[in-house]
Design a protein around this ligand. Structure first.
Ligand code: PMP
Length: 349
């Protein structure tokens, strides 16, 4: 029997998101936080394993609503923001427009759902190519536009003026999702204050980058009509009791969370300065918790680092000749830098 014949063509040609577990001592490949919150697990004692989770995640939303100054009716919870990307494309359909390179799941999910993808290359500065995007909007009328700012994997924020022009030019035409997964690490203002002015704007956030990746909690903030519609496609119990309980408990500890974020930002600056000093390495400035850097022989360096048990992300096929390193603890960053320098020195001799 040929199973392939039964698979929808868009799925047959789809390449799954690569998320391999590669054993290593220093794990700097997935933009996670090096700081976890084991104390949050104490709250699990109150969980009733025989009961379904709160389908509306009320307690969790209450805290998000307090932190972001929005009402619960403007929030939609997801099993990570990945799931919310699915829900948004399911609700609004395609074409789906996004810049390239960016977070790969926008394209993977659009294709999985069978919607057309429009990828517009970023310019040389990794900023949005406004002219081409506006042309594509006019000609191809995308229903959803994903803009990750700060952008993964380039690390920069897009120009706010350009982003605003896109939002303004698509009023009543498209939904513009500003994916602020890395906003906690950015020195630039986020787009939340603009929500009241633009009904087609959706802000997407996640707890994954600030120490809770294992819980899978993301959320949308948007106009209540958008939330109401997207909520129709949400699976009833998409965020499980364990995640709801622990995330709620930890969001009460905003100060501790913020202090870890501050450490990561200062470690990022140190790491950037050190990378800049190394001959043959060109790091790109970052507003996120990772740094993209150009090297002479990316594949060789990637393998060399892995041999020394340091795992980074090889961006081959996405930004050729580049590696992406997540900012770790001071010690992890030092191990990474030492390994990098050793490999480069060995190459020269
Ligand atoms: N958006 C961006 C820009 C990301 O880089 C990631 C994770 N790599 C996500 C969303 C997905 O995050 P989550 O863990 O909330 O699904």
């Amino acid at each position: 029997m040929n199973i392939q014949k039964l698979i929808r063509p868009n799925i047959r040609s789809l390449k799954a998101y690569e998320a391999k577990e590669i054993p290593c001592r220093v794990k700097l490949d997935a933009n996670e936080s090096p700081y976890g919150f084991p104390e949050g697990l104490r709250a699990l004692k109150s969980i009733k394993t025989n009961r379904y989770p709160d389908p509306e995640a009320k307690a969790l939303k209450r805290l998000i609503s307090r932190d972001f100054g929005v009402k619960s009716q403007n929030i939609l919870q997801g099993n990570g923001s990945d799931e919310l990307i699915y829900y948004l494309i399911t609700t609004f359909g395609g074409p789906v427009l996004y810049p390239v390179p960016t977070f790969s799941m926008y394209g993977i999910i659009a294709q999985a759902i069978g919607e057309k993808k429009i990828g517009i290359p970023l310019n040389k500065e990794f900023d949005l190519d406004l002219k081409r995007i506006l042309e594509a909007i006019k000609r191809q009328k995308p229903k959803v536009i994903f803009l990750s700012s700060p952008n993964n994997p380039t690390g920069n924020c897009f120009s706010s003026e350009k982003l605003l022009k896109i939002i303004e030019s698509t009023l009543s035409l498209s939904i513009v999702v500003v994916d602020e997964a890395y906003q906690p690490f950015s020195s630039r203002k986020g787009f939340l204050p603009l929500l009241k002015d633009y009904k087609n704007l959706v802000i997407m956030r996640t707890l994954s980058k600030i120490g809770l990746a294992g819980l899978r909690v993301g959320f949308l903030i948007a106009d209540k009509e958008i939330i109401h519609e997207v909520n129709k496609v949400r699976l009833p119990f998409n965020v499980n009791s364990l995640s709801q309980t622990v995330a709620t408990e930890l969001l009460k500890k905003r100060k501790t969370m913020q202090s870890y974020i501050n450490v990561i930002i200062s470690e990022r600056e140190k790491l950037f300065n050190e990378l800049e000093k190394i001959d043959g390495i060109n790091p790109y400035p970052s507003e996120a918790n990772f740094i993209l850097f150009k090297v002479k022989n990316a594949d060789k360096l990637y393998k060399g680092l892995l041999k020394k048990s340091v795992l980074v992300r090889n961006m081959r096929g996405v930004v050729n000749g580049c590696l992406r390193v997540t900012v770790g603890t001071n010690e992890e960053n030092r191990i990474f830098l030492r390994a990098l320098k050793e490999i480069i020195t060995d190459e020269k001799t």
